[in-house]
Design a protein around this ligand. Structure first.
Ligand SMILES: Nc1ncnc2c1ncn2[C@@H]1O[C@H](COP(=O)(O)OP(=O)(O)OP(=O)(O)O)[C@@H](O)[C@H]1O
Ligand SMILES: [Mg+2]
Length: 455
């Protein structure tokens, strides 16, 4: 199960350079530059700035090369170099450090285009000074290297360009994954996913996994249905940016009124993303006050006071935008609201419970209600019982429960039960098959409460 849950972008992260698709020029340039360092010659440019769109192999290449060249990677992320004092504490120290166990040390600074020049004036300057003197190679990555704040750093950097992947390249990658997962994947579906990914392998792999895990096959129809939803997410991000970065009240208002989402959804997204973007506590306080009032107005308008609705947009648009008095905003990415994620998980769980109730009701010839109120609770106790997974296993076989249903009942004990089932199957395959109809008759007499008759 844990295997299944592993995101494929991690499971299929290229381990060797040759597994990285395309980017031939970047591979060559970066390898040669690192080899210079390893030979003890400090190159003229002590920083390599890898730039290009998201999900095309920048971070993967650094990691794969480090592995092949037997170098250590010290990965820093944006929070380590937001301010001058952070930079001195992290990057400056690393720049002088000797690698402990390996041949060399690469300092990897991801997403440097997120550096905020306003947050700390001296930060970039401090970085430039370190870069001039570092004794270890520094690799930076950026989606947009032409930003004004990177101008000084660019002067000292070896620019390494990454290109967006072509559809053919992405299809190749997806096909490899389908093979290794033994998945049935339609060619048109893969081509559709590639097309929608706009050259972003990470997005494509994530989409493939979502479809595969939900449906165990990948067809064009499923891909179409899923990716429509993704466009929706993109729209939401646009709305959020419209609000959080608005310079004028009307801009924030326009962003929310033009959104296709309902008020609740917008509030949920803002609720979870405001703290990612606003860092000043007073800004946060004001933003949440505005959202809270929007929620109150929204609820009142539902009970008939319709006039209040017009304020809701003002509160979640301009209200949230102008809460940011400090002017500070972070470059952090947006996240999917926890509440919406949770609701969809609950929905999946409810659906599974329905399915299980229906399945058992049919086999036990009783009502779904009885199953839900009386049988599922008992089964849950039996299935989660530490002592005897074999008993649960026999029940699962007898009732022909599928893996999902067993998971629902057994939770963390699922694996033990699955193992016990395999053991029974191996021991007496025919007997298990023969037993079921008879058992069902027994349970029938008892009006559905035949659990204890099973043995
Ligand atoms: N060229 C590639 N070949 C094979 N897989 C790739 C390639 N590019 C990306 N991937 C897949 O996408 C995932 C993310 O790639 P990676 O982290 O290297 O992207 P990135 O360019 O650093 O993106 P970002 O700019 O968002 O940091 C990888 O784990 C891998 O599964
Ligand atoms: Mg990266």
């Amino acid at each position: 199960m844990s295997e299944r849950r592993l995101p494929w972008i991690i499971k299929y992260r290229p381990r060797r350079v040759e597994e990285i698709i395309g980017q031939e020029q970047a591979k060559k340039t970066l390898r040669e530059w690192l080899e210079e360092w390893l030979k003890g010659r400090i190159p003229a440019k002590r920083v390599a700035l890898l730039h290009g769109p998201p999900g095309v192999g920048k971070t993967s290449l650094v990691e794969a090369l480090a592995r092949e060249l037997n170098m250590e990677v010290l990965e820093l992320n944006a929070s380590d170099y937001r301010r001058k004092s952070d930079i001195e504490r992290t990057v400056a120290v690393a720049a002088k450090k000797r690698p402990l166990f390996r041949r060399g040390l690469i300092i990897l600074m991801d997403e440097v285009d997120g550096l905020d020049p306003k947050a700390d004036e001296g930060g970039i300057e401090a970085l430039v000074n370190i870069v001039k003197e570092t004794l270890n190679p520094i690799v930076m990555t950026a989606n947009d290297p032409w930003k004004e704040q990177l101008r000084d750093l660019r002067e000292y950097s070896l620019m390494v360009e990454f290109r967006e992947l072509t559809n053919t390249q992405i299809i190749t990658l997806l096909q490899r994954i389908c093979e290794s997962e033994r998945l049935k994947c339609d060619k048109e579906a893969l081509s559709y996913i590639a097309d929608k990914s706009m050259g972003d392998a990470r997005a494509a792999v994530n989409d493939l996994q979502t479809i595969a895990e939900g449906y165990r096959e990948v067809t064009l129809d499923l891909a179409r249905a899923l990716l429509k939803g993704r466009e929706k997410t993109l729209n939401i991000w646009r709305t959020l940016s419209g609000v959080l970065y608005a310079k004028q009240a009307w801009m924030a208002k326009k962003a929310v009124t033009q959104s296709d989402e309902d008020y609740e959804t917008l509030i949920a997204w803002l609720n979870d993303n405001i703290p990612r973007k606003y860092s000043d506590p007073y800004d946060l306080y004001r933003a949440y006050e505005s959202l809270a009032r929007a929620t109150v107005f929204l609820n009142r308008s539902k009970s008939g006071e319709w006039a209040l609705l017009s304020y809701v947009f003002d509160l979640i648009g301009p209200g949230v935008a102008f809460a940011r008095v400090s002017g500070e905003i972070s470059g952090a990415k947006y996240g999917f609201p926890e509440r919406i994620r949770l609701m969809s998980q609950l929905k999946a769980k409810r659906e599974l419970r329905e399915k299980l109730a229906e399945h058992l009701a049919r086999r036990l010839l009783t009502s779904k209600r009885t199953v839900k109120n009386e049988i599922i609770p008992v089964l849950t106790v039996i299935f989660r019982n530490e002592a005897d997974p074999a008993m649960a296993a026999r029940l699962a076989l007898g009732y022909k429960l599928d893996k999902e249903m067993i998971e629902y009942l057994a939770g963390p004990k699922t694996n033990d039960i699955v193992k016990a089932i395999e053991k029974i199957r191996r021991a007496k395959p025919e007997e298990v098959e023969d037993k079921k109809p008879k058992e069902d008759k027994t349970t029938k007499k008892k009006g559905g409460r035949g659990l204890d008759y099973y043995y």
